[in-house]
Design a protein around this ligand. Structure first.
Ligand SMILES: Cc1cc2nc3c(=O)[nH]c(=O)nc-3n(C[C@H](O)[C@H](O)[C@H](O)COP(=O)(O)OP(=O)(O)OC[C@H]3O[C@@H](n4cnc5c(N)ncnc54)[C@H](O)[C@@H]3O)c2cc1C
Length: 500
């Protein structure tokens, strides 16, 4: 397994194809260091003896010890551990740990490539290709990002109907050695600091969309790929240092006549499997949210409770109500993920059919619980911000900059007027407002809220998944029976359960 130092050294050798604000930058540019330190935590923590259970796994391909972020879930325990590892690591960096896209994309393609080969009866070799790619990914302990979201052009048009054929990433040409792709994936987190980019479709596809059913992996600096990155760093501080400085990046990834050799292609034209791949990545990713969102909830809870203490209002009943609400959202999100792990199996749910075996035997979390958890906690971000805003009062928005606390003309007075709770030092109270300002009033804070809301799919996507997979008919029959209406069935639900 690699160290954080090896990871950064690997990035330093990659070709320059990352554009930031009009400049071509190195992957190890100072601007990306906060992000590298955040992902670096996944290497540092996996090396600690006390984290071996949670942060490492045994590869089912080689039998070797690997970082859990490169693992394919073999059982329920693996699903539980991924959720708990994600929560633990996100707590350490105070937000997104940024390495889950690779594990979620790998688990999706691992299953879908197997199913596509099965249907093609030996015509394709996607699964073996993917296993070769995965073996190297695991051995070299690489960071992967997952490029799913296309620019999508006119939202009312399907891929093949778009006036710009590249509005969704597509196969432009097939050659005997591989495929040539074009298009643009957007909002791709950590692509600018990833070794490998996993590309897969964004939505369900029709036969005429078959050129859009494409999944492959290329290094982040591959010929024919350009990245335009936005980097989300907090305002630097000279005097009042933070305990940990998180960072994140998101890229537009432009594929321009990009050649991908067949051994790196895992789907090419199988439109039904393209849609399945989109859904499965979203499912694994929503399961990851059941680890990261509770960790973000832990930080929000800490901020709300400390904010109340700094304001000396922590014993007031309205504060108790708000803290209780934060705990409920956080732990219901976690509980949904826990249940999704516990009900995990090597099957997927097909509406109208029920659970069917899927993939070569690796474990897939339960879809209803992944989706309800992500939707509940994703939509709650604005309410959580409202609670923090309420408890904090206005000071979080107008707290003076750090140098005003250093300046002899203003520092002493500012510290004196910062004091609220008599039992906490003014210095700690000031440091708390600086942190809450980072978390609520910075550009990064706004970006994180939008990421928490839309990342993994907007709430409407979860609502569609929940309502198409939930057995609403059985519930209607149950109520018809209880109400004494025609067509009622007292056993409707238990029959379904027994069938499973
Ligand atoms: C910070 C951040 C990080 C992200 N990281 C990643 C990543 O690493 N990898 C990745 O692949 N993606 C990533 N995403 C993308 C994320 O998954 C998408 O933002 C999300 O799926 C919504 O897609 P969109 O942004 O294109 O929104 P849109 O599709 O533009 O949605 C806007 C609105 O239009 C509605 N709408 C769209 N289409 C239709 C339709 N056909 N009919 C009716 N209504 C419609 C939506 O419901 C929504 O209300 C990230 C997003 C953010 C904000």
């Amino acid at each position: 397994m690699r160290t954080k130092k090896d990871y950064i050294k690997g990035l330093s050798k990659m070709k320059r194809n990352i554009y930031y604000d009009g400049q071509l930058i190195d992957r190890t540019d100072e601007l990306q260091m906060d992000c590298l330190n955040t992902i670096g935590t996944t290497y540092d923590e996996a090396a600690k003896p006390e984290n071996q259970e949670l942060c490492t796994a045994t590869s089912h391909l080689t039998g070797e010890k690997i970082n859990r972020f490169t693992h394919i879930h073999q059982n329920k325990e693996d699903l539980h551990k991924k959720q708990d590892m994600t929560r633990m690591l996100c707590q350490k960096v105070g937000g997104c740990i940024q390495r889950c896209m690779g594990i979620d994309g790998s688990n999706a393609i691992y299953n879908v490539s197997f199913e596509a080969d099965k249907v093609k009866k030996g015509e394709t070799n996607y699964h073996e290709n993917f296993k070769k790619w995965l073996t190297r990914f695991q051995k070299e302990d690489l960071v992967g990002c997952c490029a799913q979201t296309d620019v999508k052009g006119d939202r009312m048009l399907r891929p093949a109907d778009q006036p710009n054929p590249g509005a969704y990433v597509r196969i432009k040409e097939r050659t005997k050695d591989g495929i040539i792709v074009e298009g643009c994936k957007v909002h791709i987190s950590e692509a600018s600091v990833a070794d490998e980019v996993l590309v897969l479709p964004t939505r369900a596809l029709r036969p005429e969309d078959k050129d859009y059913a494409v999944a492959f992996a290329v290094p982040g600096d591959w010929e024919g790929l350009k990245q335009v990155v936005t980097i989300h760093n907090l305002r630097p501080r000279d005097h009042y240092k933070r305990g940990f400085v998180p960072g994140a990046t998101d890229s537009y990834m432009i594929f321009d006549n990009c050649f991908v050799p067949w051994e790196r292609v895992f789907l090419a034209g199988e439109y039904q499997h393209g849609g399945a791949c989109a859904l499965l990545f979203a499912l694994f990713h929503r399961h990851s949210y059941s680890g990261c969102k509770p960790a973000i909830g832990d930080v929000i809870m800490g901020m709300a409770a400390l904010g109340a203490e700094v304001n000396n209002i922590h014993k007031q009943s309205h504060v108790r109500e708000k803290l209780a609400e934060l705990i409920m959202t956080t732990e219901l999100g976690y509980a949904a993920g826990y249940t999704a792990s516990d009900l995990g199996k090597a099957e997927v749910y097909i509406p109208g059919v029920g659970f069917v075996p899927y993939g070569p035997g690796s474990f897939i979390p339960n879809s209803i619980y992944c989706n309800v958890g992500r939707c509940l906690s994703g939509e709650a971000v604005w309410r959580e911000a409202e609670i923090l805003c309420d408890i904090a009062g206005g000071v979080v928005a107008t707290f003076p900059h750090e140098k005003d606390f250093i300046n002899p003309a203003t520092g002493e007075a500012l510290l004196k007027y910062t004091k609220r709770n008599p039992n906490m030092s003014s210095e700690d109270q000031a440091q708390f407002w600086r942190f809450l300002g980072d978390a609520m009033c910075s550009a990064t804070a706004g970006i994180h809220n939008i990421g928490s809301y839309h990342g993994g799919g907007s709430p409407i996507m979860e609502q569609i998944a929940i309502t198409t997979q939930y057995d609403i008919e059985s519930r209607k029959k149950l109520v018809k029976y209880i109400a004494g209406m025609s067509g009622g069935d007292r056993e409707a639900l238990s029959k379904k359960k027994a069938k499973k």
